[in-house]
Each structure stands twice: as structure tokens, then as C-alpha cells.
Design a protein around this ligand. Sequence first.
Ligand code: ATP
Length: 298
Amino acid sequence: MEKILTVNNLTKKFKRIAVNNISFDVEKGNVYGLLGPNGSGKSTTFGMLLSTINPTSGSWTWFGKAGTNTTTLKNIGAIIEQPNFYPYLNAEKNLKIVAQIKGTNYQRIDEVLETVGLLARKNDKFSTYSLGMKQRLSIASALLNNPEVLILDEPTNGLDPEGIIQIREIIQDIAKKGITIIIASHLLDEIEKICSHVIVLKEGTAIYSGTVDGMTSSKGYFELKADQQDELFKILESSHLFSNVTVKGDLITAYINEDISATDLNKKMVENGIYLSLLVKKKQSLESQFLELVKNNA
Ligand SMILES: Nc1ncnc2c1ncn2[C@@H]1O[C@H](COP(=O)(O)OP(=O)(O)OP(=O)(O)O)[C@@H](O)[C@H]1O
């Protein structure tokens, strides 16, 4: 896989450390999520990668060249803050101004407006646009110079559910065209639905970097009840199939190490003379795994 971005030990210290020694790679054609709560260092990371914030230490390369190289930066489309469009001009005229600033021609204006679903509204004044339409126009402007990479900071912030779905579909359409996308978000759900890869930031430190599937690959856990609770607990605890067996009231929770079906577990218990009154296999949500990751790295 072609590497688009390589980040090595990137650190930014303001008064306190905002980004702490993070390293990750971004490969072509994937959608990456930079996931973390407010203040975890997402915007600062983007600022460094786009050369608007000077790193304290570390390095990064875009397309194999030094990250600060101005010609490579032209291959990147980014929306970090809401661009200032003129409210009294229509979408097409606003994009013509952006095209002039970026030094690209007007040919792609209709195409990018089509991509974000605004072609039919191109003659309407920006001031008449909804928040979602304004955000989609921002994406159109970032696509004008045909970038290889699109960087979006919290693209669905403040949008209603319909607006969120529209942005999500647009991002997926753009990704299908082979454009690599990096999205910063504090919303797990958004990352899970859009991204193939995720870097989880906590107080500036990357505590997970890998595929979203990898993050959700936990085999889950069983919830069990039986009259012979002590015996049940002992068997589960001594078995290599489980880790972290806990008791709360009459409920035992056993995290699965090695995959086993509920049927096989039930059989095993019957062989040991234990008759289960409750047996449920559950999988952790991405949210609970995220919280666990954050907790374990506290
Ligand atoms: N210019 C600055 N001067 C001092 N501290 C800063 C500056 N910019 C960011 N910080 C601090 O760095 C830390 C990371 O901030 P950053 O904006 O990168 O986080 P974030 O994950 O993008 O959060 P949010 O989603 O709220 O923007 C925070 O503690 C923030 O207060």
C-alpha cells in the first residue's frame, strides 16, 4: 500500500504538552479517524501536519517528502475552520474566488458542487444556505484543486441528523474515488460509521492506532447465572478460555479469550454438573472499548 503520510514522534508543547510523541502512517485510499475528546490534541495535530503550527519535535512526510514542502501541500484539501464565504454571493461565485486564490481554473466547479449535492443550488446566495449546505460547500471548496488527501476537522459539528447523514454519504463517495481522507472527531459513532482506521488520542498521546475492526475485534463476554455460583466462578476463573471473570450480585461476567459458543459453554457446564439459569453472549460496543482503552491508559 502506498504511504500518503508518515508521522514520527510528533510533539507540540504550548505551556503544557498538547501532542505527545505520536507516530502513525496513513495509507492511500483509506478513511482515517483521529478520535479523541475535546482538548486531546486533534486540531493541534492537524495544524502541524498542515504547517500552520510549528512542532516542538518530531517529523512527518507527505507523499514521501518533508511535511513542510509547499508543493506537496497543494495535494491536500483541508477544512480546519469554517471558510469565509461571501454571504451575498452565490455558491458558484464563491467557488470562483476560491479557485482564483488556489490558482486553479473554474472547470471543476460544477463537478465539485455535484459531488456535494449543491449543483442545483449553485445560483443561490450563500446566506440562504442551511448549516449543512454551508459545510458541504466547504468540502466542495477543499476539493477544487483535486487533492489526493482531504482533511476534515469535526465535519458534522452542529448538524442535525439529516445533515450528518448527508456529510457521511459525501465522505464515503469521495473515498470511493480513491481520495484518502483524515477526519478528526470526538464522536465514536461517526468514526465507526465512516472510517476504516482510527488513531485514538488521549491528552495528546495516541493510545490506539489501527483498524476500526481491530478495535472492535474483542471476542466479547458471557453473562452467566447459576444456583451453584461459587463452583461456576471457580471453573470459569481457572479456564484458559476466559480472562477477567467478575461477580456482581448473582451475575457472573466472563471475558472471552478463546472463542467459544454459548452452546459449547453450556455443554461444558452440564458436564461439570452446573445448570445455568442465564447464559448470554455479548459483544462490547466500540464506545465501551474506547472507554476501556482510555481507562487502561489513564
Ligand atoms: N495556541 C495555543 N496555546 C496554548 N495552548 C493551546 C493552544 N492551542 C491548543 N492548546 C491546548 O492544547 C490542547 C489540545 O488542544 P486541541 O485544540 O489540539 O485539541 P482538540 O482535540 O482539537 O480539541 P477540540 O475538539 O476541543 O478542538 C488543549 O489543552 C488546548 O488548550
